[in-house]
Design a protein around this ligand. Structure first.
Ligand SMILES: *Cc1c(COP(=O)(O)O)cnc(C)c1O
Length: 382
């Protein structure tokens, strides 16, 4: 079996579909774009999106000249609830995107049922939730299709990368036609990714994390790292050149290697998240409630703080590796969101959470150190 098929087979073990329903792409956003195209999303169609996501999601909609319609989130689940989604539906709604933010799926079964009754297609944004379950079924199995990311910070990594898993046979057939337009990554693109994967594997150990972080920031300032987004993708809504790229063999190799550890990693993340929830609950702070745990994948653990700047400074001084998802309703855009058709004032939950959220690391061996840190700065936590 060739490596691409072996990789699809490994991925399919975490999903409920055959390897043939899985398609590989250069990035997760490219998989989303391909799915929207396969569904036939075009000018003036509306696509419902959570008002708390990564900017590359509305970008994929805008590249097709369709309209993202945002829905505010529920502050407990970090996802829109079924009723708010239903209110946003018009006769132009073509697709609803359900997201499992930080791994949490919310009412995806109800949303899918409602969408089906109205002839609307559903796509699950599983970029955080690969490997997790919702009510006994794997994330990504409820909707017509799902897309996943294997970027650095996602459930397991191929540097950058992504894939789609398609449950609806009509969409799969159309997707195969859309994929004929995919462009192969060129030598330079593959080599720079390979160099970064190598650096990550050989230079970045937990002992020098902070030194590497400083180095990375310095290089970024001089534009010497190939980030996961090109500048244009976070500053505007025009499609960048060389966007619709196929997955490369470099990524497939890395994927086959890294997916091996995923089950252990999922267990570790869940255990750490349970410890954080227990501690926060015991101190009457905002936490992910136990009834939402199910088999949540806990890519990150969300924490709400009163003064983020102070909290982040303490964390850096005490070497706690905090995450910054999502510091904007359309992460990581800090400026005006009008180009994406969003007015923050209309989404008060997403806007206030984006201003106050940090993420605790879940893939670490010493959660006690994080909890000691929380204890010391309890007054900054809401
Ligand atoms: C990371 C992310 C994406 C995009 O994934 P890429 O592989 O970087 O394109 C989409 N949606 C959300 C919610 C994400 O966090």
């Amino acid at each position: 079996m060739n490596p691409a098929n072996r990789y699809k087979q490994e991925l399919s073990k975490f999903l409920e579909i055959s390897p043939d329903g899985i398609k590989l792409y250069w990035k997760g956003r490219v998989a989303l774009y391909a799915l929207l195209k396969a569904i036939g999303v075009e000018r003036d169609d509306e696509v419902i999106i959570p008002a708390f996501t990564c900017v590359v999601v509305p970008n994929a909609v805008l590249y097709l000249h369709a309209k993202p319609v945002y829905v505010d989130i529920d502050p407990v689940t970090y996802n829109p609830d079924q009723k708010s989604i239903e209110r946003a539906i018009t006769d132009k709604t073509k697709v609803i995107i359900c997201q499992n933010t930080f791994g949490l799926s919310t009412n995806v079964d109800e949303v899918v049922r409602m969408a089906k009754s109205k002839g609307i297609k559903t796509i699950e944004d599983c970029t955080h939730g690969f490997g997790g379950n919702y009510q006994g079924r794997p994330n990504g199995s409820y909707c017509d299709a799902a897309f996943y990311s294997t970027q650095w910070n996602k459930p397991f990594s191929t540097g950058i990368g992504g894939f789609a898993a398609v449950n609806n046979p009509d969409i799969l057939e159309k997707l195969e036609k859309v994929n004929l337009q995919l462009v192969e990554p060129n030598f330079r693109e593959q080599m720079s990714l390979k160099a970064q994967l190598f650096a990550r594997q050989h230079l970045l150990t937990s002992g020098n994390y902070w030194r590497m972080l400083r180095l990375y920031r310095m290089l970024s300032n001089y534009n010497l790292v190939i980030g996961s987004s090109s500048g244009g993708e976070v500053s505007g809504t025009a499609m960048p050149s060389r966007y619709f790229l196929n997955q490369s063999s470099v990524q497939i190799e890395a994927g086959l290697d890294n997916i091996k550890n995923l089950n252990d990693l999922l267990r570790l993340r869940k255990r750490n998240a349970e410890m954080y929830s227990e501690y926060l609950l015991g101190n009457e702070k905002t936490h992910v409630p136990e009834q939402l745990f199910d088999n949540h994948s806990f890519l990150k653990y969300p924490l709400i703080v009163g003064n983020r700047r102070d909290f982040e400074q303490h964390a850096e001084a005490e070497q706690i590796a905090l995450g910054d998802w999502f510091n904007s309703p359309l992460h990581p855009v800090e400026s005006d969101l009008n180009p994406w058709g969003m007015n923050r004032n209309h989404f008060p939950n997403a806007d206030s959470i984006a201003a106050k959220i940090v993420n605790l690391p879940t893939d670490i061996d010493n959660p006690e150190m994080v909890i000691a840190f929380l204890k010391k700065h309890l007054d900054l936590i809401e």
